[in-house]
Design a binder for this molecule. Structure first.
Ligand SMILES: *[C@@H]1O[C@H](CO)[C@@H](O)[C@H](O)[C@H]1NC(C)=O
Ligand SMILES: *[C@@H]1O[C@H](CO)[C@@H](O)[C@H](O)[C@H]1NC(C)=O
Ligand SMILES: *[C@@H]1O[C@H](CO)[C@@H](O)[C@H](O)[C@H]1NC(C)=O
Ligand SMILES: *[C@@H]1O[C@H](CO)[C@@H](O)[C@H](O)[C@H]1NC(C)=O
Length: 398
């Protein structure tokens, strides 16, 4: 009986905590919810004011619950704050959706948290102005952690005589700046090289590609990324391949020179094997070492290797594979195919010599046989004939 009533009290308490009307106290959602775009291409400032129905602030403090749709992760994010502003990153190519609740806690609520039953919401649509379509396939590559280069595909329906611009912003900049060096494909701008002017790592860098044309401003595109996730390591220039005394193949190489920490790289080794019959087999091996040993292999096979690298998942969310290194083989050249014309004449000479000796001995044998059996009237003529024949052979083979 006691446990049942205790349960009832607990249930009442839980209901009370979740309810807005437990002690007759209610709270309204905030007023004046505003999203401000300071020209930072997606970093938006959200602000609001406390609800008009004032509660004695010394007795009870206001808290706010902000919820916004994160279109990068396709999910709602929520935070609680005592402040009346909040800054978050949004994809301006999609709807911006923000909701704010008021929360109340203090002596006036008997220290339970009271939440407004409704929220204040603002939904901001992506810009619909501009001609053509936004640029596509926008990609930035952080080459060997040395310089960033961004490229974009030509937008379909790009009006003639249009001029595209790339602007960028990150938190170290007061306001957006234009691309330092454009990359061109023919006459049109297709990318931006940040060359030596470095972009910061581990912070959102926001880009906007807009432009103008005779038909009016082009539809802008917005992209946000962090450059440590865009690394493409440098190419490995040389592989060292040798055979161990215990007949193992021993492959070694160096990582690219530069800023990338060695422990951040993972490697793909491509092993191409060519059998004596010319049959090719290929195998990919993943490793985080800069060396590889392979068990003893037939002499008749030719083994070729090349490597490429990428940042491991422990150092970056994603990244790009480097270019393949040049291929290194053992044996370096294909023996059979490389010098067939040096070998064939030797066989021909030997064949001819054997043939000549054979013919000569046959003839001599025949002559001797003929002589021993019966009297030959013209042996000289026969011999002359024989020598003539063998000399013909000799001439041919010379
Ligand atoms: C707070 O709770 C106490 C006991 O639980 C109760 O007596 C009091 O009336 C409550 N105060 C308010 C403002 O609800
Ligand atoms: C708020 O509550 C405190 C303490 O109960 C009281 O002294 C003060 O006068 C109240 N202020 C207002 C504006 O009601
Ligand atoms: C971009 O700049 C880097 C560093 O100055 C240079 O090595 C690279 O070739 C440039 N890329 C293009 C496409 O001009
Ligand atoms: C492109 O964006 C920049 C930065 O917001 C702005 O100053 C410029 O006027 C825009 N250009 C066009 C053609 O819309």
């Amino acid at each position: 009986m006691a446990s049942v009533s205790w349960m009832a009290v607990m249930l009442l308490l839980i209901t009370c905590r979740e309810s807005m009307h437990c002690d007759g106290l209610t709270v309204d959602p905030p007023d004046d919810l505003v999203i401000s775009d300071l020209g930072h291409f997606g970093r938006l400032q959200i602000s609001w004011s406390p609800p008009a129905s004032q509660i004695n602030e010394t007795e009870c403090s206001h808290l706010y619950q902000l919820e916004y749709f994160n279109s990068y992760t396709d999910s709602w994010s929520a935070i609680r704050t005592f402040k009346r502003t909040y800054t978050a990153q949004f994809d301006l190519m999609k709807d911006v959706r923000v909701r704010v609740y008021t929360l109340l806690r203090g002596p006036c609520t008997n220290d339970t948290l009271i939440k407004s039953s409704s929220y204040t919401e603002v939904v901001q649509k992506p810009p619909s102005t501009g001609v053509g379509t936004p640029v596509q396939d926008f990609v930035c590559v952080y080459h060997n952690m040395k310089y960033v280069e961004c490229n974009w595909g030509r937008s379909p329906k790009l009006p003639a005589n249009s001029q595209q611009h790339l602007y960028f912003w990150h938190k170290e900049l007061e306001q957006a700046e234009e691309c330092p060096t454009y990359v061109k494909t023919g006459e049109t701008r297709s990318g931006c090289n940040f060359t030596e002017s470095s972009l910061p790592e581990f912070t959102d860098v926001n880009f906007c590609v807009n432009g103008s044309s005779q038909e009016g401003p082009l539809k802008p595109a917005f992209v946000s990324l962090q450059i440590q996730n865009q690394v493409k390591p440098g190419t490995t220039e040389k592989l060292d391949l040798r055979t161990d005394p215990d007949a193992q193949l021993d492959l070694r190489w160096n990582g690219p020179a530069g800023k990338i920490p060695a422990h951040c790289l993972e490697w793909e080794v491509e092993h191409n094997q060519e059998g004596p019959d010319g049959k090719m087999t290929s195998q990919q091996i993943l490793t985080n070492q800069k060396s590889l040993k392979l068990p003893s292999i037939h002499d008749t096979q030719r083994n070729c290797f090349r490597v490429r690298s990428k940042l491991s998942k422990y150092c970056a969310n994603k990244g790009f594979w480097s270019e393949w290194s040049p291929q290194t083989c053992q044996p370096e050249k294909r023996e059979v195919a490389s010098n067939p014309w040096d070998i064939v004449p030797v066989y021909v000479y030997i064949a001819f010599a054997i043939l000549a000796i054979l013919v000569l001995s046959l003839c001599v044998g025949a002559v001797l046989k003929v002589r021993s059996l019966r009297d030959v009237k013209k042996p000289d003529a026969l011999l002359a004939n024989l020598f003539a024949r063998s000399s013909v052979v000799t001439v041919t083979d010379a």
